[in-house]
Design a protein around this ligand. Structure first.
Ligand code: S3P
Length: 455
């Protein structure tokens, strides 16, 4: 495969939405008493985070993994067993790299351990073990949960019995993960729980819970309030998980900035709380067409077509907009670098506590590519250029990913899009598998043979 293809063309099926898939897998534990007629979950193209959460749920005893290949995960969901470890010998579940898995499980386990004796410890890899967990643990404690973190991070231990009660809480961070954890716990808390977020966040939890028959609603914008009434039971139903909007993001930006590209992305999630990147790129001048599918599940989906956009305008992203784009900001930086003028990102300090410090690593990557970028405490300023480099005249440079999948994929797109005069190589390209195991193969598949000369 050429690192710097002359043309990007073809059809790519992106992996399953990891927010939706992990909510569904974790819900398998909360289906009530052991299910007589257990539903099956079918997840196509599962990334490593989804697989980690499936293994954690299997280790909990809530599901069996019936099929697991690169292309397909099939699990039968039984509901959690009565015994979940013991206070002096907790059951240990490994969440791998998945912040979503760990945070949502904290809430689900607080609910499961509300009325039974037991204890579960959640562990993760080194990146996950440095991420903040008190933002979930503290509000769960307010609901009555017994949770210990290790100085604010994993390992995290949840102990029961610890009965839960409903709360009315305002969260300081617009985090859909914290919101989801509290909603999982609220299923076991009698009364009405109200959770107010200071800004927008993805609404996959509300959609999935409502699809499973739970009384839940979200109101307001940009500040949102989610109301859920417990005790309630999730009536699991089979549905198909759409493609991940944040994985599609790499192709949306790649085709937009590449001088000769035409990509089609079928079955991508089109949840309105996840489509801010499409609106942002269109605002910059991108050529994107969306055709909705006829879907019946909790999440809308559709086919996205994207073609090169010769002239992109710069953009400023700030305030509530950053939350809607939170996972897409590293790849959006490339569109900013390809636009004629100065773009700015502000109010995005939350990026520093993702799988890596994404502000620092994105800026380091662009600097290594020779792009004019200034790092700020909560974002960056990028002075872009419409110029493209069909051949590389500077030697390649290797950049640090700190094991962050989105940085590794952004590096590959930076090179493939002809944005810089040198190839940018990720130090750990395989970490892309966290969300997108087939990323390199998909890039190869849409790389047209008429390659530009390599240095
Ligand atoms: C997620 C929410 C986001 C996102 C993460 C997945 C979710 O995190 O960055 O990749 O599934 O709810 P925050 O809501 O904590 O910002």
């Amino acid at each position: 495969m050429s690192l710097r293809p002359a043309r990007l063309a073809g059809t790519i099926t992106v992996p399953a939405n990891k927010s939706v898939a992990q909510r569904a897998l974790i819900a398998s534990a909360l289906a009530g008493e052991r299910l007589a007629d257990p539903p099956q979950l079918r997840i196509e193209n599962p990334g490593a985070d989804i697989v980690s959460t499936a293994h954690a749920m299997a280790d909990l005893g809530a599901l069996s993994i019936d099929v697991l290949t690169d292309d397909l995960l099939v699990a039968t969901c039984y509901g959690a067993p009565e015994t979940l470890g013991a206070p002096d010998s907790p059951l240990v579940l490994d969440c791998g790299n998945s912040g979503t898995g760990m945070r949502l499980l904290m809430g689900a386990l607080a609910g499961l351990l509300a009325d039974r004796e037991g204890a579960v410890t959640l562990t993760g890899d080194s990146s996950l073990s440095s991420r903040p967990m008190e933002r979930v643990a503290a509000p769960l404690r307010e609901m009555g949960a017994r949770i210990e973190t290790s100085k604010g991070t994993a390992p995290v231990t949840i102990t029961g019995p610890a009965p839960l009660h409903s709360i009315d809480i305002e969260l300081p961070v617009p985090s859909a993960q914290v919101l989801a954890a509290l909603c999982f716990a609220a299923l076991a808390a009698p009364g009405t729980t109200r959770i107010t977020l200071p800004g927008p966040s993805r609404d996959h939890t509300e959609r999935f819970f409502a699809f499973c028959g739970v009384d839940i609603r979200r109101e307001g914008a940009p500040q949102t309030r989610t109301t859920i009434t417990g005790p309630a039971r999730l009536a699991l139903r089979e549905f198909s998980v759409p493609g991940d909007e944040s994985s599609a993001a790499f192709w949306l930006v790649a085709a937009t900035i590449h001088p000769d590209a035409d990509l089609t992305l079928p079955s991508v999630g089109l949840n309105p709380t996840r489509t801010a990147l499409i609106a942002t790129l269109r605002h910059m001048g991108a050529d994107i067409t969306v055709t909705p599918d006829d879907t019946t599940g909790p999440e809308p989906s559709g086919t996205i077509e994207v073609r090169s956009a010769p002239l992109l305008s710069p953009i400023t992203i700030a305030g509530a907009e950053t939350a809607d784009l939170i996972d897409e900001l590293p790849i959006l930086a490339l569109a900013m670098a390809g636009a004629g003028g100065t773009s700015e990102l502000r109010d995005a300090a939350e990026m520093r506590v993702k799988e890596s410090d994404r502000i620092a690593l994105t800026c380091a990557m662009l600097t290594a590519a020779g792009i004019d970028v200034t790092e700020t405490p909560d974002g960056w300023r990028i002075t872009g250029s419409p110029r493209r480099y069909p051949s590389a005249d500077a030697p390649p440079v290797t950049i640090r990913t700190d094991g962050d999948h989105r940085i590794a994929m952004a590096a590959a797109i930076l090179t493939a899009s002809q944005l810089a005069p040198r190839a940018i190589i990720a130090d750990d390209p395989h970490c892309a598998a966290v969300s997108y195991p087939g990323f390199a193969a998909d890039l190869a598949a849409v790389t047209e043979r008429r390659d530009a000369p390599q240095q």
